[in-house]
Design a protein around this ligand. Structure first.
Ligand code: 4AD
Length: 458
């Protein structure tokens, strides 16, 4: 039982720093008596003393349990992940000792929360999830691996990045909208459509909200959305998911140059906001110790020049031959070039044939489009964008050329009938952005529960 003679304890979350500590100098001053709730992240016994590092999602706190607490049944059988409530005095750690935030809780009372102790023995979390475990097992146990420090830091960065995009867009006066996920039109090619039966009709999971964003321009001005996109990718790579978070924006009455400048400004502003956060900026530095925000302007390189670069550096195309104008630049070649140049690249002006039907042609060279891919070292493409065909007849010809029936797109082609305008936009894959920022090997580690070919669990 808790000693009723003790001062009442103040409930704190582990991020709270505005709590009085007992000075390590020990001049008789008392620290605050607090009450904390959390899970046992780590435990260590040293003679009669039990050290528990508590985790509550907001921080870590070292708790010190001496006798008689350390000799209680619950202390002797303590397991990792057990949820506990601990009371005691907050103290500065003695000189030479290390603990999170330089403090520790000298416990005077604790109890295991009603659900009882976390599984121990061979079922202990450390036996099920070990750092060296094989990838598939770790993914099957994603609900447990998420409790780890690296996985949770990536998720904290993700949260901050998403929030920073909202802030950056608000600063640029974009309006947020929420287009549908269940659709009857394709955007990025039939090969990666997830089809399903919609009350007897054919429907798809959306590949991109772009076409819907375009319909918002006339009434809402510039718009953006943060929604899931779905791609039935049939290859297993470290940058392809079947379900990913797509950050898309569409801007009205702009030139291609305006589009590139806006994109660069948003990416840099997001990084500035994230790195300015003392906690999350610190996580980025821990995950990616060499990270320095990119310099502006980003390198701008035309597709045709990239083809020359690849030829000069002897990097072959997918058929093992020398690259030529018109080739798709495959993932491997793209990454070799981006890694060699080692800074963000705006790769622009892709040929009409290898890009989506809706892209505006360059008026000075009709072979190519006003299109851009933003490439980052270590990952490759993280953004795809373009100006959109805004002439009605030209758009209809593009449907024709690509063999897409324009019928179901009446709501899209109507935009070209009622006050069309030069406009453009882009989509950024949040998981790819994070893989770059947090230096993660794969986008799979940058989402909560990754979905890709062969995995839909947990
Ligand atoms: O280049 P994509 O296909 O472009 C579009 O969908 C445009 N309609 C977007 C727009 O203009 N509003 O995809 C855009 C970005 C890619 O650069 C990539 O970051 C991400 O979406 N992406 C994927 N991320 C993870 N897994 C996949 N399978 C992805 N496919 C695309």
């Amino acid at each position: 039982e808790e000693d009723p003679g003790l001062p009442s304890a103040q409930r704190i979350r582990l991020y709270q720093k505005d709590v009085k500590l007992r000075p390590a100098s020990g001049d008789g001053e008392r620290g605050a008596r607090v009450r904390v709730l959390g899970r046992v992240h780590r435990e260590r016994k040293q003679k009669d003393i039990l050290f528990l590092t508590l985790r509550d999602g907001y921080g870590f706190l070292q708790c010190v349990l001496g006798p008689p607490l350390s000799k209680s049944y619950d202390a002797l059988t303590m397991t990792r992940e057990t949820s506990v409530e601990i009371f005691g005095e907050l103290c500065e750690v003695p000189a030479g000792a290390h603990a999170p935030d330089g403090r520790e809780l000298q416990a005077d009372f604790f109890r295991v929360l009603a659900a009882g102790k976390a599984a121990g023995g061979k079922d202990a979390i450390t036996n099920r999830v070990s750092a060296g475990g094989d990838t598939q097992t770790l993914l099957d146990l994603r609900h447990l691996t998420l409790r780890g420090e690296v996985a949770s830091k990536v998720m904290f960065v993700r949260d901050a990045v998403e929030f920073a995009f909202h802030t950056a867009y608000k600063e640029e006066r974009l309006r947020k909208v929420s287009p549908p996920a269940l659709v009857q039109t394709q955007v990025e090619g039939g090969a990666t459509l997830f089809k399903f039966d919609y009350y007897g009709q054919n429907a798809f999971l959306t590949q991109s909200s772009q076409l819907y964003l375009e319909t918002c321009l006339p009434s809402m001005g510039d718009v953006y959305c943060v929604e899931k996109s779905f791609r039935a990718e049939k290859s297993l790579t470290r940058r392809h998911l079947s379900e990913y978070t797509h950050i898309e924006a569409e801007l009205d009455f702009i030139t291609f140059d305006d589009l590139l400048n806006h994109l660069e400004a948003v990416v840099c502003r997001v990084l500035e906001l994230v790195m300015a956060d003392p906690v999350v900026g610190g996580y980025v530095k821990e995950l990616n110790k060499d990270f320095t925000p990119p310099e502006r302007p980003f390198l701008r390189m035309k597709y045709a020049d990239a083809i020359d670069w690849l030829r000069e550096h002897g990097i072959p195309n997918e058929d093992g031959e020398e690259h030529k104008f018109g080739d798709d630049i495959a993932e491997a070649a793209e990454r070799r070039m981006t890694d060699a140049i080692n800074r963000p690249i705006f790769l622009t002006h892709f040929p009409v044939e290898i890009k989506a039907f809706y892209m505006q042609k360059d008026q000075d060279d009709k072979r190519v489009t006003e299109s851009v891919d933003c490439l980052m070292p270590g990952v490759g493409e993280i953004v795809g964008g373009s100006m959109r065909i805004f002439d009605y007849d030209e758009l209809m010809a593009a449907f024709e050329r690509t063999g897409i029936d324009s019928g179901p797109y009446y709501w899209y082609t109507d935009q070209r009938k009622y006050g069309s305008s030069p406009h453009g936009g882009y989509g950024l894959g949040l998981e790819r952005f994070l893989a770059w920022l947090c230096k993660q090997h794969t986008v799979r580690d940058c989402c909560l529960y990754p979905r890709y070919m062969g995995r839909c669990t947990p």
